[in-house]
Design a protein around this ligand. Structure first.
Ligand code: XMP
Length: 305
């Protein structure tokens, strides 16, 4: 990494030059990349930056409130689109169809809101590895989350396009973003939907959201994994309060990785595993069973879908 403060100064000048006197719109997810871009652009152009946060209903527990607290000083647009997302997901069980439906809905909501803002530039948190990946496939211009936008912009501003993830984290530190953002685990674009096998319903997402919060509470600070989470992987029989229950099976996954391409499961202490399992089954009514996934990547991917 070059000098962080120098990078920040140069990025601010670049954004000012490209934006001119116009408004700039961006999709803010709260991950480290989009948070760094929002912080740079806010310093560069103030309230001519319009960050849009789409609440898909598939976000982690407390995410929307967290975004509001962190970025509420900006000209932040929070869009509650959960109903629309659950509507398009109804009846879909194929992982690729689910992903496609979420991506398309995201673009539709983002375009609708972006048009309203009257912005003429798009700011994107593309980083160097994304560029390499997209070179053979979808062009990164005019797209959000890999899906092409139908809108035209005067320019697409990509202030962190030459940085690797660890450099983005350093810049986040230089911008005084909270530690929680600097060290934030990767979270997939389709959100908790990839952590629910089969059809995505509100009830399942509620259960998996609670389970994810418990897993993060146990593991993030103490074990600093690359990623840790819970997924609803099916149903099985259990006994709760003397009643037999056909309840959810929650799989807990915690991995170390350098780049997400390969991963190794964490060797967690047995007491931690049993304590987590006990919290998950007692606090989430529909869960009857908790398992810990010990599969490396490959052969398993990190996420379940
Ligand atoms: P897998 O599950 O393929 O994931 O081993 C590798 C890394 O990528 C994240 N991931 C995604 N990120 N959109 C994203 O932005 C997606 O559709 C997506 N799928 C997986 C995953 O969380 C892990 O960090």
């Amino acid at each position: 990494m070059v000098n962080v403060q120098k990078f920040i100064e140069k990025a601010i000048v670049q954004i000012q030059k490209e934006a001119g006197d116009d408004k700039v719109v961006m999709a803010l997810s709260g991950g480290v990349d989009s948070s760094v871009c929002a912080a740079l652009a806010a310093r560069a152009i103030g309230d001519r930056l319009v960050p849009i946060y789409v609440d898909t209903g598939l976000m982690r527990k407390g995410e929307t409130d967290r975004i509001r607290t962190l970025f509420g000083d900006l000209n932040l647009h929070i869009v509650d689109a959960a109903d629309e997302f659950f509507a398009v997901l109804a009846g879909l069980t194929d992982p690729e169809e689910k992903r496609k439906a979420i991506g398309e809905m995201f673009v539709r909501v983002f375009e609708r809101e972006a048009k309203r803002t009257g912005a003429s530039h798009l700011l994107q948190g593309t980083i160097y590895p994304d560029r390499i990946e997209s070179e053979g496939g979808i062009k990164s211009h005019h797209n959000v989350g890999g899906m092409p936008l139908h809108m035209e912009f005067k320019s697409v501003i990509e202030p962190i396009a030459d940085l690797y993830k660890d450099e983005v984290r350093e810049v986040a530190g230089g911008l005084d973003l909270p530690l929680e953002i600097q060290h934030r685990m990767p979270f997939p674009g389709p959100g908790l939907a990839v952590r629910v096998i089969g059809e995505v319903t509100r009830e399942k997402v509620e259960a998996v959201r609670e389970a994810n919060a418990i897993v993060e509470e146990y593991l993030v600070e103490e074990f600093r994994p690359w990623q840790c989470f819970a997924a609803l992987v099916g149903q099985g029989t259990g006994v709760k309060g003397d009643v037999r229950l056909h309840g959810w099976i929650v799989a807990v996954r915690a991995v170390f990785s350098r780049d997400g391409m390969t991963a190794d499961p964490l060797l967690l202490p047995y007491e931690v595993l049993t304590s987590m399992a006990s919290r998950i089954t007692s606090e989430i009514p529909g869960v009857a069973r908790v398992v810990y996934d010990v599969t490396p990547k490959p052969p398993a991917t990190i996420e379940y879908e």
